[in-house]
Design a binder for this molecule. Structure first.
Ligand SMILES: [Zn+2]
Ligand SMILES: [Zn+2]
Ligand SMILES: [Zn+2]
Length: 299
C-alpha cells in the first residue's frame, strides 16, 4: 500500500473511456495492457485533501485501493461537469452502506449553474428508482447529498478553500451546460487552477485570469499527440492546443516559469505513450510541463 501525502493527488488521469479502454484493441491500449505503469489511466478525478475532491467518477474504488486512501471524511465534491467520467451518483450513494465514525456528515456536491437542472434530475432518478413517489425519502437523501449550483466567476468558501468556477469550452449532458474549471486558493495561499475538461479557453476566462498569478495549473490534454485537430480548438485540448493556451497565459502574466504545470485527462486516440508525451512537452512547451499519472501527488 502506498504511503503518499493525503493532499493534491491525481486519483485518475484518463479520459471518458480510460486506458486501456475496455472495448478497445488499438495499439495504444494493447501497449498499456501489456506494460501497465503510467500508461494505465483511470477516469479523471483529483483529491484536494481528505475532505474535498474534484469530480467523483466510476473508478473511485480502484483509485482508493491503489493509493491506500478512503473517502470516509469526504464532505465536499466539486463537479466540473456532468459527463459520466466525472460524475457518478451511484458510487456516492454507496456511503449508505458504510460504517462511519464521524456522525455521518453530509456530502455536499457542487455543480455549475448550467449543470444544476440535469444534475438534480439525475440525482432524483438515482435515489428514487422504483419508489418514484416517496417524497419523504427523497428529502432525506437530499439532506445527505445536498447539491448546490455555483455561479461562474463568483468566489465561494468550500471546505476551507476559496473556489471560483470559471468557464471551460467543454459541454456536458445538461442543456447549454458549460464545464466549470475551478480556480482555488489553497490553505497555504498557493493559487491552483484545475481545467478539465476545457478546450481552448473563452476570452472571458483568459480575461478573468489576467488578474491571477497561478502557482499550479492542472489542464487536460485529452488528445495527447494528435496533430490533426487544428488550432484554438474548443471542447478538448491536445499537445499543440495545450501549448497555445500556455502561450496565451504566459503573455497575460497568468503563469510564468515558476508555475507548476501538469497535463491530465489523456485518451488513447493518438500515438504518444506517457514517456513519449513527456518528451514532446519537453521539446515544444514554453514552460515546463509534467505529464501526470494515476496516484501522482503534487508537492
Ligand atoms: Zn472527461
Ligand atoms: Zn484504444
Ligand atoms: Zn467531458
Amino acid at each position: 500500500m502506498n504511503t503518499i501525502n493525503n493532499s493534491l493527488i491525481f486519483l485518475g488521469t484518463g479520459a471518458a473511456e480510460a486506458i486501456p479502454a475496455f472495448f478497445c484493441r488499438c495499439g495504444y491500449c494493447e501497449h498499456a495492457r501489456k506494460h501497465g505503469g503510467k500508461d494505465v489511466r483511470s477516469r479523471s478525478a483529483f483529491r484536494l485533501n481528505e475532505n474535498v475532491h474534484i469530480d467523483l467518477g466510476p473508478d473511485l474504488f480502484h483509485q482508493l485501493v491503489k493509493t491506500g486512501l478512503d473517502v470516509h471524511d469526504l464532505t465536499d465534491v466539486l463537479i466540473t461537469h456532468t459527463h459520466s467520467d466525472h460524475l457518478n451518483f451511484f458510487e456516492m450513494l454507496l456511503k449508505d452502506c458504510a460504517v462511519v465514525t464521524n456522525g455521518n456528515k453530509p456530502v455536499r456536491i457542487y455543480v455549475s449553474e448550467t449543470a444544476y437542472s440535469w444534475a438534480t434530475g439525475m440525482f432524483r432518478q438515482c435515489v428514487l428508482g422504483d419508489y418514484a413517489n416517496d417524497e419523504q425519502g427523497y428529502k432525506q437523501w437530499q439532506q445527505r447529498f445536498p447539491i448546490t449550483a455555483l455561479p461562474y466567476y463568483e468566489p465561494a468558501s468550500i471546505g476551507g478553500y476559496t473556489v471560483t468556477p470559471l468557464k471551460g469550452t467543454h459541454g456536458g449532458y445538461g442543456e447549454g451546460e458549460i464545464a466549470a474549471n475551478y480556480l482555488i486558493t489553497l490553505p497555504d495561499r498557493r493559487i491552483f487552477y484545475y481545467a478539465s475538461d476545457t478546450g481552448y479557453f473563452f476570452e472571458e476566462t483568459f480575461t478573468y485570469l489576467e488578474k491571477v498569478k497561478l502557482d499550479i495549473l492542472v489542464m487536460e490534454c485529452t488528445f495527447g499527440g494528435d496533430e490533426s485537430r487544428g488550432d484554438y480548438v474548443k471542447g478538448h485540448l491536445d499537445l499543440k492546443n495545450f501549448n497555445l493556451v500556455l502561450d496565451r497565459l504566459l503573455a497575460n502574466g497568468t503563469i510564468d516559469q515558476g508555475t507548476k504545470v501538469y497535463a491530465t485527462h489523456i485518451n488513447h486516440k493518438h500515438p504518444l505513450h506517457h514517456d513519449q508525451l513527456q518528451d514532446a512537452f519537453d521539446r515544444t512547451s514554453p514552460v515546463s510541463v509534467i505529464v501526470a499519472f494515476d496516484g501522482m501527488a503534487i508537492e
